[in-house]
Design a protein around this ligand. Structure first.
Ligand code: GLY
Length: 405
């Protein structure tokens, strides 16, 4: 056996070398396709913007900056910078820069990122992390551009104005004031990465403390005993007590809206990465276990839009939830004792998305993925491409490449 050992090790090394090479080749093909689609998207955005700007009726309306989805008629829908999705297309461009190393993607990313800088002062929304961290934050991580650092810090200061110390959370929405006093949605966990970044960049721990308070309060009130998450928790601002537990985009108040579970998984994994507090790792693993053990999780691991939707298997899927879960699993795999489980599940989701949820090249105005669901109860954005599905898919590919190094 002793004699065989060196041969065995050589064979193992050869196999792992080959599998790394195959992974790199596959990834290159996928990234080449994503680049083709994104080139098409850039042309389409240009055309749509020109048409919009030339239409006199639009003179007093906000200018459109980024792509969000397709209309039921298949038209490209663009959004102004204040929309919660405006940072994702700049992020797609940054990931293409990371994945290809080609300067043209950096140039485009800089243009689209600059278009939404004004959002750093928009205190009317909690979506600051989605907008500013996915664009300026992703760009900063790649370039260390000091101008981006300043934008991240200002955005965090603005976001911090929405923190209520009695509740211990950042307020999510300002709408539906007849229904909710102080609504906090599980999606809001995604904005905390911006706050952690601001503390690292400034040394000012106040952002970090707000993020930790929000994560702890959310951990206490947003989760059921099985670690599924409610969508909306409404708080009393005088006492900090929970007033209501509701949904807005899910099937019912007591259901597990798929993207909400994905935000929760991603959010607590990121909180562990930023704080190393073991309770966040435990929370992320508990949420992962809830997701992985759903009886109606499809074989391809791309969830229906809600794990409790009434008409499964005749319900639409949400590829965006699949992409977010894949990206979160890759992050979680680097910290957890169950790393290989999460890595395998992420690979499985990425493979499914790549095989069966990608747009044919040249179609869908340049979106990369199809079959996502924005808000089924409002019959809005059902079974369509969504810019954030593309963003988290490319982030998952980037993480997969980084993890293999
Ligand atoms: N944050 C909004 C959504 O996930 O649809």
């Amino acid at each position: 056996m002793k004699k065989c050992l060196p041969t065995f090790i050589i064979i193992l090394l050869l196999i792992s070398g080959l599998s790394l090479k195959t992974h790199a080749q596959n990834l290159k093909r996928i990234v080449d396709d994503a680049a083709k689609q994104t080139n098409l998207m850039l042309d389409q955005i240009d055309q749509s913007k020109t048409a919009w700007n030339n239409d006199a009726q639009n003179r007093n309306k906000p200018i459109l900056v980024s792509s969000r989805t397709l209309s039921p008629e298949g038209e490209l829908l663009l959004v102004p910078s204040k929309d919660w999705t405006s940072g994702f297309f700049p992020g797609v461009l940054w990931f293409l820069y990371e994945l290809t190393g080609e300067k043209k993607w950096e140039d485009q990313a800089r243009v689209f990122t600059a278009n939404i800088e004004g959002e750093k002062l928009n205190g009317k929304t909690h979506d600051m992390g989605f907008k500013i961290y996915c664009s300026f934050g992703t760009g900063y991580n790649l370039t260390k551009d000091p101008k981006y650092k300043d934008v991240i810090i200002q955005a965090a200061k603005t976001l911090a104005t929405r923190f209520n110390p009695v509740v211990g959370c950042i307020r999510s929405w300002d709408h539906n004031t007849d229904k909710w006093d102080f609504p906090v949605i599980i999606d809001n966990m995604m904005n905390l990465e911006l706050l952690f970044a601001a503390t690292k960049l400034t040394g000012d721990s106040s952002f970090y403390k707000i993020a930790v308070s929000h994560a702890n309060t959310t951990m206490k009130n947003h989760f059921r005993p099985d670690f599924s998450s409610y969508h909306v928790i409404d708080y009393d601002t005088l006492t900090g007590k929970v007033l209501h537990r509701n949904t807005h985009q899910g099937f019912s108040d007591e259901s597990a809206w798929a993207r909400g579970q994905a935000w929760a998984l991603y959010g607590y994994t990121m909180c562990y990465r930023e704080t190393r507090d073991p309770k966040y790792l435990q929370q992320a693993e508990n949420i992962a276990s809830f997701i992985l053990n759903r009886p109606n999780m499809p074989k391809d691991m791309v969830p229906y839009w809600d794990f409790n939707a009434g008409n499964i298997p005749e319900e639409p899927r949400d590829a965006s939830a699949g992409a977010i879960i894949a990206s979160a699993f890759l992050d979680l795999s680097t910290f957890s004792n169950n790393g290989s489980l999460y890595r395998n599940r992420a690979d499985q989701i990425i493979e499914s998305l790549t095989k069966n949820y990608r747009s044919p090249i040249g179609e869908n105005k340049g979106f990369i993925l199809i079959h996502s669901t924005g808000s089924k109860p409002m019959n809005s954005e059902v079974d369509v491409p969504l810019t954030y599905a593309d963003y988290y898919y490319l982030e998952a590919l980037s993480r997969s490449k980084r993890n293999k190094k």
